[in-house]
Write a protein that binds this ligand. Structure first.
Ligand code: GLY
Length: 376
């Protein structure tokens, strides 16, 4: 029997993750990226694996998917490191959510109680208990939550590792190669069009992030409703004597930021959430807001050098949940719309979408996230 020929459109965490799993299972896989692999929202992400921190009221379904993916993350990271020889620097000290005033502490209490209702492992901390864990945190901070099961990884290392593992498993990675569209014949996918040439395929996975809905040949029923939601971030360098060791989310009545200390001594601070189309400018106001929020709870950031600033575009679907698995077009699959959780959802996306392509079966884990839900 000939090998299944699969084309993946998009070389970010979703496309490379699915491509890696398919190639490891013996499929003949090509990943096309319109630019350099992983250089859009994957590169821009902070690498947080935080299903509890990301919990929003009315979004329990998304949290359930996040918790399931989180259970798989350590094994996913170990396999990826073994296949690429590139470290992901998995950090598991846990994550703190701190409040810089009484108003924010009340909101934190609500989040704490909601997490307890859902049976999540969370602990309430006084301001003094926060400072026992993080001595440089300001005395303004009146309370905190600790979520020991919320972790983080080096996102850029993960991007390199996915590309390396995919190629080592026999995958063909084509960069600077935009796909114009998909070719569909009588509700059956037959290939993709690249630079005017039709490349035949048994299956195609659309993993093009915020560009996923723009491919020619996707009719109304199979066009994923994704839009860009901009996030600006900055990177500082910590001194040799670190001022922060946990991933921190910090809220006051007027400010919010998260701070993610990486193994290499960098400290990421993010992120804005902006609906401004495909604009990726870094703005003075956003940097001011994020630094003010960080400085309000960790005054020592004042002296740290800024190494880099950037903006990424989160691919948000109409209901904020990812779009995963088979579609009404035979042979056409989706792995897109991951919004705030692209890195967290990497294991379920890679494993369960690859499973759908290889077997035609949809796992119970991704069944609620099919494209068909938007038609209804
Ligand atoms: N998950 C973090 C963010 O989207 O900013």
């Amino acid at each position: 029997m000939s090998r299944q020929r699969v084309i993946v459109i998009g070389g970010g965490v979703c496309g490379l993750g699915v491509g890696w799993k398919l190639a490891a299972a013996g499929a003949d896989v090509t990943v096309f990226d319109r630019g350099k692999a992983g250089r859009e929202s994957t590169w821009a992400a902070a690498g947080m694996l935080c299903p509890q921190m990301e919990l929003r009221p009315q979004e329990e379904d998304i949290s359930a998917l996040g918790l399931e993916s989180m259970k798989r993350w350590r094994a996913f990271a170990a396999d990826l490191e073994a296949d690429s020889d590139i470290p992901l620097h998995y950090r598991d000290e846990g994550t703190l959510f701190i409040s810089a005033d009484q108003d924010a502490a009340e909101q934190l209490r609500f989040l704490h109680d909601h997490q307890i209702e859902l049976g999540m492992p969370v602990e309430w901390l006084s301001g003094a208990e926060v400072r026992e864990r993080e001595p440089y945190i300001s005395h303004n901070v009146v309370a905190g939550l600790v979520c020991l099961d919320d972790h983080h990884i080096d996102c850029r290392g993960m991007t390199r590792a996915l590309a390396e593992a995919f190629v080592r498993r026999g995958g063909d990675l084509r960069e600077d190669a935009p796909v114009d569209g998909v070719v569909v014949d009588d509700a059956r996918l037959t290939g993709v069009r690249v630079n005017g040439e039709v490349i035949p395929a048994d299956a195609v996975v659309v993993a093009a992030g915020t560009w996923s809905g723009m491919l020619d040949g996707l009719g109304g029923d199979v066009k994923p409703p994704v839009r860009p939601v901009k996030g600006q971030m900055l990177m500082l360098r910590q001194p040799d004597e670190r001022i922060l060791s946990h991933c921190i989310w910090a809220r006051s009545s007027r400010d919010f930021c998260y701070m993610v200390p990486k193994a290499d001594g960098t400290l990421l601070i993010g992120a804005t959430v902006e609906e401004v189309g495909y604009n990726k400018d870094v703005t003075a106001g956003a940097v001011l807001d994020m630094l003010r929020a960080a400085w309000g709870v960790l005054p020592s950031v004042y002296d740290l050098p800024i190494i880099e600033t950037w903006a990424g575009l989160r691919p948000a679907s109409r209901d904020g949940a990812p779009v995963l698995g088979a579609t009404d077009v035979d042979g056409l699959f989706m792995a897109t719309g991951h919004f705030r959780n692209g890195i967290l959802f990497a294991p379920v996306t890679a494993e369960d979408v690859a499973h759908a392509v290889l077997t035609g079966e949809t796992t119970a884990t991704i069944a609620p996230y099919g494209l068909g839900r938007f038609a209804a």
